[in-house]
Every structure is written in C-alpha cells, then in structure tokens.
Design a protein around this ligand. Structure first.
Ligand SMILES: Nc1ncnc2c1ncn2[C@@H]1O[C@H](COP(=O)(O)OP(=O)(O)O)[C@@H](O)[C@H]1O
Ligand SMILES: [Mg+2]
Length: 509
C-alpha cells in the first residue's frame, strides 16, 4: 500500500470514527428518506440492530407508516429545498402519557454542486430544557399575576420598557406606554419638582434601607389630571451584573386614610368642644340661679323704695340701681339660655319668614345706617320646627356682631338653602368685617369671651346663640373667616310635613 492510499484510508477511518463517537444518536438518510447508516449511540439507545434499520424509510421506522409524511409536516423535505439545517420538537408518548421531549436536528450533507446529497438526523433528549422552560414560563406567569392582582400600585421602568399594574394605571392615570421614558413621560414628570431626584439620591445611598433600596416613605405623586396625590412608597434599583438597568416603585394611595384620619380628628375636636360647652353650661346655670334670687330681692326693694319716696335727689340714684339690676337680669337670662335651662316653645315656620321677622325687629335701628343688606334666599319650601323667639334672638345676636365687625360699614348677606337628602336647612350670615383671629375661633362660643372694649361686649352673645341652636337640635359654626369678612353657618333639621299635618296650616302651605 502506497503512503498516499494509506493516508486516504486513515482519513476515512477518522471520519467514520467521528460519526460513531457522536454523543447523540444519529442517522444518515438519503434524500428519499431511506436510512443508510446509524451510529453506535443510535443502535444502543433505540435498541435496534443495523440490519433491522438500514434500508428502511424513516416514516416506516419512526411512524410505522407505509407512506411519507405530508410535505408540510416533513422537515427533510423543507431542508432539501432550502439547504439549511432545522430542528423539530417531538413529544414522545407511551400509553398516552408523555415520557420525554425529543429534539430532532436535521443537517444537510451537500455534494460538490452544493445540493443536498444526504441528510444527517440527530436525536437529543430535550426533556430537561423543556421542563426548565415550562417552569420558567410558569414562574413568569405567576409573577405577572402577582404584580397585576396587587392592590398596591407597581411600576417598573427599564431600558426594555415599562411594567405597570392596574392599580398603578388607576393611581397615575397613565398607561405603561404613556410613561415609557423612550416614548412618553419622564419619571420626573410624575413627581413634584425635585422629588424624583431626591428618591434616586436616597436609592443610591446606603442610609435609607440599604444601597439600591428605599424603605417606606411618604411623598406626593402627580397624576394625569395634574393633581398631587399623597402616597406611601417603597422603591428599588434593578441591577444586572452589578449595573443599574432600571428601577421599580410600589405605591399605596394615602388619600382615603388621610380622609378617615381627618374625620376622626374632627369628631374628636367636636367631642372635646361639646364637653367643654357642657361643663361651661353647668357652671353658667349654677351662677345664674344663685344670682337670680338676690337680684329679684334687690329689684323688689329698690322698686318699693322708689314708689314710697318723695321727690328728692336719692330717687335718681335708686333708678340707677334698678337700671343696673335690670342689666344683671338680662345677663342671667342669657346665661340660662346658653345653659339651655329655659323651656322651649317649638313652632313650625319657614326659615325665610323666620329670618325676615328677625330683621324686622331691628330694622329701624340706626346701627344699619351704612350697611347694605343682601338676601340670597332659596325659594324651595324649607320648614323648620324651632322656638321662634329664641331663634330671633340668635339672628339678632349674629347681626349685631357682624355690624360690630364691619364698624358700621359694609355688606351683610343672608343665604338660605337646604339639602333634602341630609334633611337639613342652612342659614348663612356673611359680613365684610374684620374677621376672627385663628386662635380665637375655638373660644368665641365660650361665655364671657369678648374682644370688645370694656362696657361694650359681654361675651355672652355667641354662647347664648350656641345654647339656643343646640337646644333646637341644630349646629352653628364659622364656615369661613378672613380679614375680608366672616360667614356663620346655622344648620337646622328640615321639617318634613306628613300628609295630614295640621301644623302646616299655620304657615299657610
Ligand atoms: N361676625 C363677626 N366678625 C368678627 N368677630 C366676631 C363676629 N362675631 C363674633 N365675633 C367675635 O366673637 C366674640 C364673642 O362674641 P359674643 O359672644 O357675641 O360677645 P360680644 O359680642 O359681647 O363680644 C366677639 O367679641 C368677637 O371677637
Ligand atoms: Mg355679641
């Protein structure tokens, strides 16, 4: 044997050995799908002898069919046409149950002209990869569900895009697309000026929950309508191989909670206020009763002295005693009214009539000189059931206070309206006076609280008003006050007449 021919044999021997030592079971087929060779691995794994295999068509061996697969379902056919390798994934079943996933890889063996002469088919076990892939898909799906069903708003932004759950879309009012930094809003637009920068600064610092993390913190975000919404948020930087590739935030809307907290605080304040008013009322009632008897005595004896006295200088002095005693009597009356120790004589009346009657009682007085009275009265029927005389006292007191605050110059506006659902009637009295200082608002209904000079104010007006309104099942509050004026708001229960209500005839309805 010449050296040359020996070399050629060694070469073919080498090629033959490669085929046999491939770690995947492999076949060589002709274009007509006839199996012409199988490597050792194939024979071992499929437990078949070369004699049983060689010469068979692949569809005969693999599918036990006498006919080739349809051109569409046959990867060999496709490969002959486009001369590119390809692969298919098969689910191998036994007794209807899947045993393994098998990948078949087809590679063309080309002749000198570049056409497909033979086909090499390798079989690989893809069960592990397929199982991992399935587990990964399951995990991804689970993550998606967790994110999307979370009641907390979740937003993740990276160079690959934005993930936003439904809660986040509701909170921000944007879709993921709209806040994608490459297409729409930038993160800074979602916060008031400087806040996004501050968040990123804290995220990169180790001081706020560790580097790359931001522990729960309260900030405001700006939603699509430009509204600032208070939220509690946590955030994190997303790293890949130690590099920042994005960030994510979890947000909880605080509006509802803050609303509840505010309501609770209001209720607490109101409870404290009525407690204070109740104990002041008891004190006032005690003082009033104690003073009432000696006062009646003083007035009785002063009256008797006056009657039995001849005209002389001392008569004038006794008149002063009586005048001052009468003022004391008035104060006692107010105190009793405030402490709600007077009896009620309830009548039903239209709120507009009640107001007009009260104004008529003070109309002619010169205090109104430079004050314009405006009325903005609702014409719907608004009936209240109150002690008319006491309510006149309320309105007159409020009017006099308003006039005092305006220094006898300005506008005094009356407004009436109702809320049928809440069954309430409202009367507002607005002046253009000097307003009430913030620190005084909580004290103006206290008895003897006055900012007026000595001898001008007794500080009993609003406390009396408060007592009367309370006794008539209503509420009074300062709706608004500023150096440009004040609005007092009275709330009374709306009287709803029954079908055969006799009382209604009293007001001519
Ligand atoms: N319409 C008003 N505008 C500004 N301040 C008011 C008004 N009504 C009441 N006030 C304040 O409330 C205080 C208490 O009022 P009130 O109880 O009627 O007592 P008085 O009128 O005797 O001072 C007043 O001294 C005043 O400081
Ligand atoms: Mg007053």
């Amino acid at each position: 044997m010449s050296i040359k021919s020996q070399k050629i044999n060694e070469d073919s021997d080498w090629r033959f050995r490669v085929f046999d030592s491939l770690s995947f079971p492999t076949l060589i087929l002709k274009k007509n799908k006839e199996i012409i060779s199988a490597n050792k691995k194939f024979l071992e794994l499929f437990q078949v002898s070369g004699g049983d295999l060689i010469g068979k068509k692949c569809y005969d061996y693999f599918k036990q069919s006498d006919f080739p697969c349809t051109p569409d379902g046959c990867p060999i056919q496709k490969m002959i046409e486009n001369k590119n390798g390809c692969s298919i994934l098969n689910e191998v079943k036994e007794d209807g149950k899947r045993v393994i996933w098998e990948e078949r890889v087809f590679s063309p063996i080309l002749n000198d002209k570049g056409d497909v002469a033979y086909i090499m088919e390798s079989v690989r076990d893809a069960t592990r990869i397929k199982t991992l892939e399935k587990r990964l898909t399951g995990m991804t799906e689970l993550m998606r569900n967790v994110i999307h069903s979370s009641v907390s708003a979740i937003v993740a932004v990276s160079k690959d895009g934005v993930i936003m759950n439904k809660a986040a879309e509701d909170l921000f009012g944007y879709t993921a697309e709209e806040i994608d930094p490459t297409k729409g809003k930038k993160a800074v637009d979602l916060y008031p000026a400087g806040v996004a920068k501050e968040i990123m600064g804290k995220l990169r610092s180790p001081l706020y929950g560790g580097k790359g993390k931001l522990s729960s913190t309260e900030v405001n975000i700006i939603n699509a309508s430009g509204e600032e919404v208070p939220v509690r948020m946590t955030a994190a930087i997303i790293y890949e191989d130690g590099l920042e590739v994005g960030s994510m935030g979890v947000y909880n809307d605080l509006r509802e909670r803050q609303e509840v907290e505010k309501k609770l605080k209001d209720v607490e304040m109101r409870a404290l206020h009525s407690e204070k008013m109740a104990s002041l009322g008891q004190l006032a009632a005690g003082v009033a009763h104690e003073i009432n008897n000696p006062l009646t005595g003083i007035m009785l004896y002063a009256d008797m002295l006056l009657e039995n006295m001849d005209d002389d200088d001392r008569k004038e002095d006794i008149k002063y005693i009586l005048e001052d005693a009468n003022r004391c009597k008035e104060i006692v009356k107010n105190l009793l009214m405030y402490s709600r120790q007077t009896s009620l004589k309830k009548e039903i009346i239209l709120i507009n009539d009640l107001l007009n009657q009260s104004l008529a009682l003070i109309r002619d007085q010169e205090i109104f000189m430079n004050i314009a009275i405006k009325k903005n009265l609702s014409q719907v029927m608004m009936i209240v059931q109150v002690d008319k005389n006491q309510m006149h006292r309320v309105i007159i007191n409020l009017v006099i206070n308003a006039i005092d605050a305006m220094d006898k110059n300005g506008n005094l506006t009356f407004r009436t309206y109702r809320n049928k659902d809440k069954k309430k009637v409202y009367l507002e009295i607005t002046d253009t006076g000097s307003g009430i200082d913030n620190e005084n608002i909580v004290r103006i209904f206290d008895p003897f609280f006055t900012t007026k000079e000595l001898g001008k104010g007794t500080g009993l007006g609003l406390s009396t008003v408060y007592g009367i309104i309370k006794k008539n099942s209503g509420r009074i509050s300062v709706k608004e006050t500023s150096p440009h004026g004040t609005t007092f708001l009275i709330e009374l229960p709306l009287y709803i007449p029954g079908k055969d209500d006799e009382m209604i005839s009293q007001i001519g309805c």
